[in-house]
Each structure stands twice: as structure tokens, then as C-alpha cells.
Design a protein around this ligand. Structure first.
Ligand code: XIL
Length: 378
């Protein structure tokens, strides 16, 4: 009889119990989605997919900046400290001070360092190309380039994970290679020679070619040509960096995706190396020597309209949707600066007040940061 009552009780309560169970499951599911919907940092959101990097001007960061850096990023690129004009201002005189600060900061905070940059037409002192007041010949420039690469790469061996060996060697116009002093003094093989010297100085470092606008079909084709030529000649190259200096409302999403796929299918690594989304109109490209004033000077000196920041957030999220989709192909995504106040786009191509990054000038998260973080959960 007692047994019978128990069964009765169980049957009566079963529907109620089942209802309770499904409600609880539902609430746990909703709660977990809620918690999961808000990763606290870029590193938490994307760190499993690829390295998330940032360019830093020097190691002289405030404590708040250092915290933001370490919470969000897994890699750093010295913004200027390893460029030839900073590190090798005169023949035979190296100044590693600023770059050493960056590598020490990275070591203390367990961040990977991408060395930027060994051979580039900009921020490179003239002495490389001059011999007793006249243009130096191929042999001398090649010797200087090799010595420079050897000294810099050797100095940072074991501290630098990867190098942008050659930057921006491809032409924006019809030509294959950019008309630069490296090209005119050494010849087309300056690129190959640079990679060979870098690999000899640190066989363990990853070696990359880095450039802007190479997502656009014509420059992309030339980049793939360069890559294939290097590989045919057995030159060691590990990857290609797409700089990613894009402009609000003209981000070439499809071309970016196509380029990620195209580079990956050449069996090398793909990186986005200098990401920012400029909100002040300018001409496309990122040649630091091009100065201009377009689009009416400094339209957002008094602040950036919220609507513009929202558009920027949506476009950043759309970019990260592509990066997430191709996470298996992408090695690293690096922002060119930590906060809006630190961006080079405040002074290039003209002086203006810009808002291209993920944190405000006083280190508050912008809508773009929130949009990128929630994109990770979709
Ligand atoms: C920029 C720096 O951010 C500025 O501080 C400097 O005055 C000029 O160079 N492509 C590159 C980077 O590869 O090295 C450039 O950095 C931006 C464009």
C-alpha cells in the first residue's frame, strides 16, 4: 500500500518536476549565453584563434596603458623603435635603447615581439645610399644592407619572434616594384638578399613581407608573384603581412577575404599587421611620405559624432567576422596603436583629430571594441 502511494506521488509530481527541470535548463542556458556574450578582453575573445597584437611607440607607457596592453594583447610591434633611422642613424652606430625597452617590456609581460622593419624606403637614413657625396654602387649598398640586417637581427635573436624583413617594396602604379633607393642601387634582388641575410642571422625567426593595399587585386597579384619568385629560388619566407590601414565606409571586405585565402593557399602565414580604421576622409594607401590635406582638414576636432563611431564599430565587427571565419589561416591581427590619442593618423597624411582605434584618448573602451568582443560570440 505504501509502495502504491509512493508511485502515485511520483506520478503526480512528475509533470511539475519535468517542467521545473526544463525551466532550470533554459535559465542555465540563457545565463551561460549571457556570461559568454561578454568576453572581457580581445585576448579572451580571439586569443585561441590568432595572436592579437598592438604597435607601441616606446616602452614608456602609463600603468593604465600597460594594464590594457597586457589584458588584451598577446603580441607587440615597436611602432618606430626598430626602423633604420632609429636603430642605425649613422654608419656603424647602432642605438638599440628604445627597441630594447620594448623587448624587455614584452619579456616581462610574456608578449611576442614582431620586429618592424629591416628594409624599407621610408625612415631610412640617406647614408646607406651615399659614397663620398655620390650615389653608392650596388656592392656597397648591398654590403651595408647585409651588415644592418645581421647586426639588428643578431641583437634581438631569441627576443624577437618574427621580422617584417621587407616593407612596401611593391609599386602602387603599373610597375612591379616601387621605385626606391634600395631598388635603384641594388636591383630587384634586394628583396631576396634581405631575406637571405635575415635567415642567416636568426634561422628560428619567422620572416615576413609586409605591405599596404595588397588586398586590392592588382597589388595582390604582384605580391603573389613576389612570393612565388622567392619560393622558386628557395628563399626562406614564412608569411605575408597585410597592413590594414583602412578607411571608414571603404573597407574592401571581399578583397580582404579573397587575399587571406589566396596567400594561405600559397602555404605561408597570413597576418593583418597594422590595423586601423580612419574616420577622417583621405586618399587610400599608407605611404608615410605622402602628405596631403583632403576632406576638409580636421572635421572632428571637437569630438567624433556617435553615429560615426557606431559605423566604425559595425565595420570593425564585419572585419573580425572575416578573421574569425578564416582563423585557421590567420597567424596574427595587430592594431597600429593602443588608443585614439596614440594613433599615427592624428598626424598623417595631415594634422587632424582622429579616432581609428578601439580605446578613447582616456583609455575608455569604444563601441568598436564592444562590437569586436561580441562578434567573437556569434
Ligand atoms: C608610422 C608610425 O606609426 C609613425 O609614428 C611614423 O611617424 C611614420 O610611420 N606603414 C608602416 C608603418 O609600415 O611603419 C608606419 O608607421 C605606418 C605605415
Amino acid at each position: 500500500m505504501e509502495q502504491h502511494n509512493d508511485d502515485l506521488l511520483r506520478n503526480v509530481h512528475r509533470p511539475a518536476f519535468e517542467c521545473f527541470l526544463s525551466c532550470a535548463t533554459f535559465f542555465i542556458f540563457v545565463l551561460s549565453r549571457q556570461i559568454a556574450a561578454a568576453p572581457a578582453s580581445l585576448k579572451e575573445a580571439y586569443g585561441d584563434m590568432f595572436d592579437v597584437g598592438v604597435a607601441i611607440p616606446s616602452a614608456m607607457l602609463s600603468e593604465a596603458e600597460r594594464l590594457t596592453l597586457c589584458t588584451n594583447f598577446t603580441a607587440v610591434t615597436p611602432e618606430n623603435g626598430m626602423k633604420a633611422d632609429a636603430i642605425h642613424p649613422e654608419e656603424g652606430r647602432y642605438d638599440f635603447a628604445e627597441a630594447d625597452e620594448v623587448t624587455k617590456l614584452a619579456e616581462r609581460n610574456k608578449l611576442k615581439v614582431n620586429g618592424h622593419v629591416l628594409v624599407w624606403h621610408s625612415q631610412c637614413p640617406d647614408w646607406f645610399f651615399v659614397d663620398a657625396g655620390k650615389p653608392a654602387g650596388r656592392d656597397l649598398v648591398l654590403k651595408r644592407m647585409r651588415e644592418h640586417i645581421n647586426a639588428v637581427v643578431t641583437h634581438f635573436r631569441g627576443k624577437v619572434f618574427s621580422w617584417d624583413v621587407v616593407n612596401e617594396a611593391i609599386a602602387d602604379d603599373q610597375a612591379y616594384l616601387r621605385d626606391s633607393k634600395w631598388l635603384s642601387s641594388i636591383g630587384e634582388d634586394f628583396i631576396e638578399e634581405a631575406f637571405v641575410a635575415a635567415h642567416a642571422a636568426d634561422p628560428k625567426a619567422d620572416l615576413y613581407y609586409n605591405d599596404y593595399n595588397i588586398e586590392l587585386p592588382e597589388k595582390r597579384a604582384k605580391t603573389l608573384r613576389l612570393l612565388r619568385e622567392l619560393k622558386t629560388r628557395n628563399v626562406h619566407i614564412d608569411g605575408i603581412g597585410i597592413q590594414g590601414h583602412w578607411i571608414l565606409d571603404t573597407v574592401p571586405f571581399k578583397e580582404i577575404e579573397d587575399t587571406i585565402v589566396a596567400i594561405h593557399s600559397e602555404k605561408v602565414k597570413v597576418m593583418i599587421t597594422e590595423l586601423d580604421i580612419d574616420v577622417v576622409p583621405r586618399r587610400s594607401g599608407a605611404d608615410v611620405r605622402d602628405r596631403e590635406t583632403v576632406g576638409g582638414g580636421d572635421p572632428y576636432a571637437a569630438g567624433c559624432p556617435p553615429e560615426v563611431l557606431q559605423r566604425q564599430a559595425r565595420q570593425y565587427a564585419a572585419l573580425f567576422a572575416i578573421f574569425k571565419k578564416h582563423a585557421d589561416k590567420i597567424e596574427r591581427v595587430t592594431f597600429w596603436g593602443l588608443d585614439d590619442g596614440r594613433s599615427w593618423l592624428n598626424s598623417w597624411p595631415s594634422e587632424r583629430t582622429n579616432y581609428p582605434l578601439l580605446w578613447t584618448r582616456d583609455l575608455q573602451p569604444k563601441p568598436a571594441l564592444k562590437a569586436i568582443l561580441s562578434e567573437a560570440q556569434k
